[in-house]
Design a binder for this molecule. Structure first.
Ligand code: NAG
Ligand code: NAG
Ligand code: NAG
Ligand code: NAG
Ligand code: NAG
Ligand code: NAG
Ligand code: NAG
Ligand code: NAG
Ligand code: NAG
Length: 450
């Protein structure tokens, strides 16, 4: 009897052992990669990795400690242990907000399974050997002090889905080969030394949902109306193009995501310094012009209230998007048909308290689908008063899936009060909804027969 059962038991034990060995997490890191990590630590002066333990067993030195107050700090190494023979490979490496120095280590190429790399506070040239990281899907190298041209490695990094190169130290221009990246969903580039880029041809990046490019990258202005509607169509994500047609968009311009009543307004709080091109899944904006005479920072393009706002739905008005010259919001991937557009305004920059600030005047024009719908709009006059809400409603037809709303400074008003740079258009929130609506008599704009 025992003789018959024993082989079965050993077989079951053998099976169990096999199963355990192939479970994720129970493997061991490929020895070349362990060695490479040691070299990387040495090259970066990174002292917290405990190279005596396997990097892929989630030992704490290889991970961000739960309690770390350093802002932006992220020290994460993520492995995939589902490879044959229970070998683990390093797939993600995040080295952010750490007091590391030096160049991006060449030994990174010995982590060939790397799909995500994120690092900051480094300098020097980007080693050409990084082109060997052909599996890269996500590369975030912002806030570095690199030297040399922005890398033209995209032939090797064809799989990139997310690319972030902000304040990297690189020199422009953006290599035209960036147009190979057909799977890009997120692209953020700013502050290339010397600028000099042409607006990239991203017509093949049909999955793009977030695009953030600042104007100082480009020679010549970004054409009004976002490089034409063709681009906005091209960037409509494939998913949306095939199946989803949006029928509403609510944006809290310059502000955080907020729910007002039962309407969810999306956040729009990315700083958009200078003329820029910014795009989300089904809406975006382009802003053009630089504020005169002032050293601009992202904050100059977003205004926040300076006194308590008492109107209803104050969340929509406590921040607003500003632009010195022109800002065009567009909703895209919309189902064609009639829409109601509601524009929310409150003058939160110019003051009315007999201070110098009360001398400021902001006057701008509004265009919907390229038609002038409101000329010489002065929020303070219309309210009347500062810190008061003004809503204007319009009807619009969408015929090519895009609805464009442009706020345009036509050269009127003051340009230097209360501080230099206070003048161009200001918009607090935008709401776009499909349907055959009637307009509220008190809110309907002067252009209501279209
Ligand atoms: C490490 O953590 C990841 C994510 O939490 C998990 O998937 C993996 O199985 C863990 N590995 C080990 C060895 O515990
Ligand atoms: C670090 O980065 C990884 C990958 O982006 C992310 O999943 C993780 O939440 C981040 N950790 C912290 C503490 O921010
Ligand atoms: C881990 O690698 C295996 C084998 O290549 C792959 O099938 C799996 O999708 C990967 N897992 C993750 C979470 O990427
Ligand atoms: C960047 O690295 C330098 C040393 O090279 C260090 O003094 C500084 O604190 C680091 N900054 C950040 C934000 O990590
Ligand atoms: C970048 O490097 C230059 C030259 O080495 C140095 O002068 C500058 O302070 C560095 N900037 C930062 C932000 O580390
Ligand atoms: C783009 O993504 C698709 C689907 O995820 C994949 O099959 C294709 O190989 C990717 N193309 C490149 C160039 O990485
Ligand atoms: C802005 O308005 C909100 C809502 O009224 C208020 O809570 C907040 O204190 C105001 N901010 C300032 C700086 O007055
Ligand atoms: C007017 O309002 C501004 C901003 O709230 C404030 O800084 C200034 O002191 C006020 N001036 C007067 C005369 O009340
Ligand atoms: C929208 O289309 C309808 C029907 O074609 C038309 O009567 C109306 O004038 C159009 N409105 C605008 C804003 O173009």
């Amino acid at each position: 009897m025992a003789r018959l059962v024993l082989p079965y038991i050993s077989f079951i034990v053998f099976l169990l052992l096999m199963c355990m060995a192939t479970q994720p997490g129970t493997g061991t890191t490929h020895s070349d990669e362990v060695k490479a990590l040691g070299e990387i630590a040495k090259q970066l002066g990174k002292k917290d990795w405990n190279t005596n333990v396997d990097p892929c067993i989630n030992e704490s030195s290889w991970l961000t400690p739960k309690l770390d107050s350093r802002p932006l700090y992220n020290n994460s190494l993520i492995c995939n242990c589902s490879y044959p023979n229970s070998v683990c490979h390093v797939v993600k490496l995040i080295l952010k907000g750490q007091d590391l120095g030096g160049v991006l280590p060449r030994s990174l190429v010995k982590l060939p399974y790397l799909t995500t790399l994120s690092a900051n506070n480094l300098s020097g040239e980007l080693p050409v050997t990084l082109t060997k990281l052909t599996k890269l899907k996500e590369l975030r190298i912002s806030s570095n002090n690199f030297t040399g041209r922005m890398p033209d490695f995209f032939q090797s990094w064809k799989q990139l889905e997310k690319l972030e190169i902000q304040a990297s130290g690189f020199e422009g221009p953006i290599p035209s080969s960036i147009s190979i990246l057909i799977n890009l969903t997120e692209l953020r580039i700013s502050d290339l030394v010397g600028g000099g880029s042409k607006f990239p041809n991203l017509g093949s990046s049909t999955r793009m949902i977030r695009l953030f490019l600042t104007s100082n990258l480009f020679t010549g202005p970004i054409p009004e109306g976002i490089k034409g509607i063709d681009n906005t169509q091209a960037f409509c994500p494939i998913m949306s193009r095939q199946s989803v047609n949006f029928n509403k968009v609510h944006i809290n311009c310059g502000g955080k995501a907020s729910t007002v009543g039962n309407i969810k307004y999306e956040a729009d709080d990315d700083p958009a310094g200078g003329a820029s091109f910014f795009q989300r899944e089904n809406w975006g904006f382009s802003s053009s012009g630089r504020f005169w005479d002032i050293d601009t920072t992202g904050n100059d393009y977003v205004a926040n209230n300076v006194s308590i706002l008492k109107m209803n739905e104050a969340e929509l008005y406590i921040s607003a998007r500003l632009s010195p010259l022109s800002i065009t919001y567009y909703a895209r991937c919309l189902a064609n048909g009639p829409y109601k557009l509601k524009l929310h305004f409150a003058e939160i920059v110019v003051r009315d308290n007999r201070s110098f600030g009360s001398l400021g005047r902001r006057i701008f024009d509004i265009y919907v689908q390229e038609k002038l719908v409101l000329k010489d709009f002065d929020i303070e006059n219309a309210a009347p008063g500062v810190d008061k809400a003004v809503v204007r409603e319009y009807k619009a037809n969408v015929t090519n899936k895009v609805l464009m709303i442009r706020f345009f400074w036509a050269g009127k008003g003051t340009t230097a009060t209360p501080k230099r740079g206070t003048y161009g258009p200001l918009i607090s929130a935008i709401s776009v909804e499909a349907g055959r609506y009637s307009l509220s008599p008190t809110m309907a704009g002067s252009w209501n027969n279209v």
